[in-house]
Design a protein around this ligand. Structure first.
Ligand code: ADP
Length: 167
């Protein structure tokens, strides 16, 4: 018995406590979750795909029901290859809605069997984005409470390296 498998796709550059919250909520509904890290060189990520994956693996170490993979190309193709039709996405605020709605309907257009499930994070994470975390960290602000400790450590190191590279 494999149980119900869902895919949670995203850039995760880096993973935040909001993402972790969605994964934990997802596990209340689905038996297994594949966190699918998008390889997207166009976005000029702060962390490489491998680094982004490693941080997520560290956070969920010992939890067999969370698996981390990378993907490229169409999400519907990746989902089919993983033999599932369930996609989980997080919804923070109205601002997420239009983009997420368009994407869910486009994915359904590409594969009518795909179902997208939206989950709302704890309200304390509803202002949180990877973007904001990168911004705060790059300006030397504290990111504790916004990201897991392993991510905070990596961010501090990365920001130091970038500063050194600039001087
Ligand atoms: P993408 O580049 O695909 O938007 P992200 O890594 O930014 O990837 O986000 C992946 C998913 O997680 C998206 O559905 C996004 O709306 C959701 N998400 C991001 N931050 C949060 C948060 N703080 N709380 C809940 N969901 C979030």
């Amino acid at each position: 018995m494999m149980g119900r498998l869902a895919i949670y796709p995203g850039s995760f550059d880096p993973i935040t406590n909001g993402h972790v919250d969605i994964i934990e909520r997802g596990l209340m509904v689905f038996d297994r979750i594949i966190v699918a890290v998008l390889e997207n060189p166009k976005k000029d990520p702060l962390f490489t795909t491998k680094e982004r994956m490693r941080m997520i693996q560290d956070i969920f170490a010992g939890q067999k029901e969370v698996e981390v993979r990378s993907f490229d190309g169409l999400l519907v193709d990746f989902a089919r290859a993983q033999r599932t039709n369930i996609v989980v996405r997080g919804l923070r605020a109205i601002s997420d809605f239009e983009y997420e709605f368009q994407m869910a309907l486009m994915n359904r257009n590409l594969d009518p069997g795909i179902e997208t499930f939206f989950m709302m994070p704890n309200v304390k994470y509803s202002f949180l984005s990877s973007n904001m975390v990168r911004e705060v960290a790059s300006l030397g602000g504290p990111v504790e409470g916004l990201v897991p400790e392993v991510v905070a450590r990596k961010l501090r190191a990365r920001v130091k390296i970038r500063k050194r590279a600039k001087t």
